[in-house]
Design a protein. Sequence first.
Length: 141
Amino acid sequence: MGVLSPNSQSHPFDESADGYGRAEGIGAIYIKSLSAALRDRDPIRSIIRSTATTSNGRNQDGISRPSVAGQKEVISLAYQLGNLNPEHTAYIECHGTGTPVGDPIEVRAIHEALGAARSKDTPILIGSVSPISLRYISSMT
């Protein structure tokens, strides 16, 4: 299917992307209600204002490819539910498969949902924790 990198390394959002490297990992966050965190005087690093999820299912490109429209829709829904302004978003943590098919779809969906109306002076920083990679989205023409 062309999703595994021949050298077992993932390069998301990079022109050298040729697939992902299989590996195991875990990420964990501890969530506490805002009132409890304030009461306990905990450092507050972020506040979850909304969540949304989707499954593209089968689309015109098959079941294994994501959909720009589906991803754009779920991003927009999360912002709407949280009464959030896309202009206030500076960073997006992405899936970042490192594949030449998946990454452009993900970037295009983020651009269409959050970046199209932005000034070129305020790009959205994107990253993917799996390979510790950061790239900038500024203008997509």
